[in-house]
Design a binder for this molecule. Structure first.
Ligand SMILES: *[C@@H]1O[C@H](CO)[C@@H](O)[C@H](O)[C@H]1NC(C)=O
Ligand SMILES: *[C@@H]1O[C@H](CO)[C@@H](O)[C@H](O)[C@H]1NC(C)=O
Length: 356
């Protein structure tokens, strides 16, 4: 049974070489395939021909301000680019009026914006999109470390600055995380009624233990815990939100969120990253969204990354929130069963696979 030891060693070093070669290639600059062009169905309202009051075409960046446009905001960075590209494709593919969608991408000022812009433009040559940069340094100064390092990057706080970044004529925006896909028309989500005074809408989870999102320091200090007095505060996930930017600006909610972040730096009132300040400012005062629009947690828990199943009920959006991401698990050949639903939206051009 004795076998010469050289072949396994050779095999091992060869595999290692291929592994690192592939890894380096993928990390250096990911190449993505071009998505097909998507067309409006005949029933779609025109974004150019409604009464002239609604249409203002600005500079050569052509920001079109029409109430018939669905505005989508996402972040873009090298680490999650593959997820963002898949998310964009899923939005377009399930939309009845894909040509009426504008994308607003927020990047950090330190990112290679040209590469990100080129990648999006190459994969989606017909997409109307805008790129905005946030000042990492200013945001970093406000961030305290959380239990998961990935939650601490400034870009994770971009959703707090949309009202400042996007053009004033954008009244409503749908914010989406990069680790999700839609399997339904985003126009339905964007049309969520916000009532007379809600600033944002998101699916609420009143069965979640709200207490656990804040520390004992918070709850034992009446001056702080009274924040939630008279509010039926429930947990909501900030990865999918419909935001009324006009109401946001009027209430200066960016500052309100930053004030809680300042406090967190002085005394630890919560453990997670960008979510708790949103709960502090908005929980109990948001408009509800059907749970089908955020089937969250598919990334597994924050500690062990176990596979999760869907929550009962219909599905319009799948969200791999949590530690594990479908692209990483697929690459590692250890996917969770539901990762198969993400794979069809993956536009990454893998090396070693010749594509015709
Ligand atoms: C687009 O707008 C940005 C900021 O408003 C400006 O800096 C940039 O030069 C514009 N791009 C083009 C092509 O006009
Ligand atoms: C909710 O969480 C808090 C703090 O983590 C805990 O003390 C409490 O027992 C939990 N309540 C329920 C009903 O599980």
């Amino acid at each position: 049974m004795a076998r010469p030891s050289t072949p396994p060693l050779l095999f091992l070093s060869l595999s290692l070489f291929i592994f690192f070669f592939t890894f380096t290639l993928a990390a250096a600059s990911q190449q993505f395939r071009e998505a097909p062009e998507f067309y409006n169905s005949p029933e779609c309202p025109s974004i150019f021909n409604d009464d002239d009051d609604d249409v203002h075409v600005h500079d050569s960046n052509t920001t079109v301000c029409s109430d018939h446009i669905v505005h989508v905001a996402m972040t873009l960075d090298a680490a999650y680019l593959r997820g963002s590209v898949a998310a964009i494709l899923s939005v377009l593919q399930h939309s009845s009026c894909p040509q009426n969608i504008d994308f607003h991408f927020v990047t950090s000022a330190s990112a290679d914006t040209d590469y990100l812009r080129r990648t999006i433009a190459n994969s989606f040559p017909y997409l109307r999109f805008h790129l905005y940069r946030i000042d990492d340094a200013a945001v970093s100064g406000l961030i305290s470390t959380s239990i998961r390092a990935a939650l601490d990057c400034p870009l994770n706080y971009a959703r707090n600055y949309l009202a400042n970044l996007l053009p004033l004529c954008v009244r409503r925006v749908v914010y989406l995380d990069s680790d999700l896909i839609l399997v339904d028309d985003i126009a339905k989500l964007a049309a969520t009624p916000l009532g007379n005074d809600a600033v944002l809408a998101a699916p609420e989870y009143c069965n979640a233990n709200f207490t656990s999102y804040f520390t004992l320091t918070f709850w034992s200090n009446p001056a702080l815990s009274l924040t939630f007095a008279g509010r039926k505060a429930c947990y909501f996930n900030t990865g999918v939100m419909v935001i009324d930017l006009e109401r946001w600006r009027e209430g200066d909610y960016t500052t309100k969120i930053e004030e809680w972040m300042e406090l967190q730096k002085r005394m630890r009132i919560y453990e997670l990253g960008s979510l708790p300040p949103f709960l502090l400012v908005f929980a109990g005062n948001i408009a509800p969204v059907d749970h089908r629009w955020n089937q969250h947690g598919l990334g597994g828990d924050n500690f062990r990354g176990l596979c999760r199943d869907l929550h009962p009920g219909p599905v319009s959006l799948l969200h791999w929130s949590g530690k594990g991401k479908p692209w990483a698990r697929l690459d590692a050949n250890r996917p969770c069963p539901l990762d198969a639903l993400w794979a069809p939206y993956d536009l990454l051009q893998t090396p070693f696979i010749l594509d015709s």
